[in-house]
Design a protein around this ligand. Structure first.
Ligand code: URA
Length: 231
């Protein structure tokens, strides 16, 4: 592959930015300065450094982000802070995007990646990927409401929701697992059974569980094991 593409894919900026890096002599290929952007390199054999730091090539990147309340799941937004603004500059690749959306006031697990196929699989309505939320509600849940959540609720869409798995976590706290991703689904489900969500946090999506060591606003790369299970 071309040296400039390798550097782009490794997160060193846009094609023109990496060309500048190369032109400035900041890039070494096998310890020799290289000013040729179209040099063909072997990403498995050649050692590429930028400012003395070795570059590791990966086509896809995966970050687990603990979304705080108050930011939006978008790559760009003219009004609100986006989830992408929490990333360090060196991790912010052009092609990175959040997988699905959490509401502005929802916290918790959000996957950021540039793997479009994986994102598609995780979000596909046909795949029924399970998502678990910790939910604080306004009123204690009634047996009738619980039954509705567990069998399917009319939230005003063409079809009722699919059965959810509910675990009571406290007098006004639940863990709710759904396998769809409809707009404001959890809030609408609780509203439809005469209750109200006062706090919402996603704690898992498919095989991926929010790392308890991540504070809101923090992120980390997925481990190899997590990537393997997810893909
Ligand atoms: N359901 C909601 O109502 N909001 C979210 O952010 C996610 C699921």
């Amino acid at each position: 592959m071309r040296l400039d593409k390798f550097l782009c894919d490794s997160g060193y900026g846009t094609r023109s930015q990496v060309k500048q890096l190369i032109k400035a002599g900041r890039v070494l290929v096998n310890k020799s300065p290289c000013k040729q952007a179209d040099l063909k390199i072997d990403n498995l054999k050649d050692v590429i450094t930028v400012d003395g730091n070795a570059c590791s090539y990966s086509e896809f990147v995966y970050y687990m982000f603990h979304k705080p309340a108050g930011c939006v799941c978008a790559v760009k937004d003219n009004v609100n802070k986006t989830v992408m603004e929490y990333l360090n500059k060196e991790d912010l690749r052009r092609d990175l995007f959040p997988v699905g959306r959490l509401d502005k006031d929802t916290e918790g697990l959000l996957l950021l990646t540039n793997n479009g196929a994986l994102s598609h699989r995780l979000l596909s309505p046909k795949k029924h990927v399970a998502k678990t939320y910790y939910v604080k509600i306004k009123e204690e849940i009634s047996a009738a409401a619980l039954d509705l959540l567990e069998t399917g609720v009319d939230i005003g869409d063409e079809k009722k929701t699919l059965p959810a798995a509910v675990r009571i976590a406290g007098p006004k706290e639940l863990f709710l697992t759904i396998s769809e991703g409809r707009y404001h689904q959890i809030k609408r489900m609780l509203f439809a059974v005469g209750n109200e969500v006062v706090y919402l946090k996603r704690i898992s999506m498919g095989s991926l569980c929010l790392d308890e060591n991540l504070k809101p606003g923090e992120y980390r790369a997925l481990t190899g094991e997590e990537i393997k299970k997810l893909c």
